[in-house]
Design a protein around this ligand. Structure first.
Ligand SMILES: C[S@@+](CC[C@H](N)C(=O)[O-])C[C@H]1O[C@@H](n2cnc3c(N)ncnc32)[C@H](O)[C@@H]1O
Length: 290
């Protein structure tokens, strides 16, 4: 997984971001999530140049959308995209964390929307960004509601050409297990939920020790990493199962043979800022993304 600082994520090309708007599964998931909430006033973080989620919000029920966009060029393009909605849409240029609370809160949003999900749940900084808005504006329902990342030990990838949205199924040596999980609606003042997780603020640093049973004597070449998001209740996209514009990662490590068939994997994520760091220890091999 390459390190991609926050400043690079805000310079995604408008062509690349256009392809996201043609991902029907993704767009339909967001459309259904917006329809569920029927919010009149929406705040979006990261509307991109095409502002597709602003349009979906207005089509669903919104009377007003405030959208924040960190890239000045994208913000300018987004303004053109939504010009015909007049004063029903306001595009704010800047990084959400640097904008004054009064500006974000001006229209009294009822729903917080942000598609800041990468190939993993935290990679684009969604946990820190949403925790900051939730902290400053008070409890808001969110779309997506939650996001998590999964990991499965994988065989050594043979030399070849692979579509990173569609790695072969038989690459898996065991079922995937969850290694990071964010409930974007679980705020400081709320009690931990059924699965005993902490508030969103407390979720920003996560460590997991996972044990996988792999075939005895098998060679582990690395791990597959992917993301799952619940956009609204029972409206789930899993980037390993579903064919979407989100890629999956193959984390290549030097191959190792697991003699007893038991592979231990330790993960550590620090998502307290937009520049998230990761550590993976897979059996004898270590890998950091900082
Ligand atoms: C993955 S794109 C999503 C664009 C659009 N919402 C969509 O769903 O197609 C994320 C956008 O969020 C912007 N962004 C990332 N971090 C941000 C932040 N902290 N504040 C405001 N915008 C941000 C990026 O510049 C980029 O345009």
């Amino acid at each position: 997984m390459p390190h991609e600082p926050a400043r690079m994520r805000t310079s995604y090309s408008s062509d690349f971001l256009y392809t996201l708007t043609t991902d029907e599964l993704r767009m339909d998931g967001f459309r259904r999530a917006m329809a569920t909430h029927r919010a009149k006033r929406v705040l979006e973080i990261g509307c991109g140049p095409w502002a597709p989620l602003v349009k979906l919000s207005l089509e669903a029920s919104a009377e007003h959308v405030t959208a924040v966009e960190a890239s000045p060029a994208h913000a300018q393009m987004a303004r053109k995209q939504v010009a015909h909605y007049g004063d029903r849409v306001q595009i704010l240029s800047g990084r959400s964390m640097s904008l004054p609370t009064e500006l974000l809160a001006e229209q009294e949003p009822e729903l917080l929307v942000a598609e800041l999900l990468g190939y993993t749940a935290s990679k684009e900084g969604a946990p820190a960004i949403l925790a900051d808005v939730q902290h400053r504006l008070g409890p808001l329902p969110t779309v997506p509601k939650r996001a998590s990342s999964y990991l499965a030990p994988a065989q050594t990838l043979e030399v070849g050409l692979y579509d990173s949205r569609n790695f072969p199924e038989d690459l898996h040596l065991a079922e995937g297990q969850l290694w990071e999980d964010y409930d974007f609606e679980c705020l400081e003042k709320q009690k931990p939920q059924a699965n005993n997780e902490g508030s969103l603020q407390e979720q920003l640093q996560q460590r997991k020790r996972l044990t996988f049973q792999v075939p005895v004597g098998s060679e582990v070449g690395g791990t597959l990493l992917w993301m799952q998001t619940e956009l609204s209740d029972s409206n789930v996209i899993d980037t390993r199962r579903d064919f979407t514009s989100w890629n999956q990662y193959y984390l290549h490590l030097e191959p190792q043979v697991v003699e007893d068939g038991q592979l231990e994997v330790c993960t550590a994520v620090d998502a307290r800022t937009e520049d998230v760091t990761y550590e993976f220890q897979v059996g004898q091999r270590k890998f950091s993304v900082v």
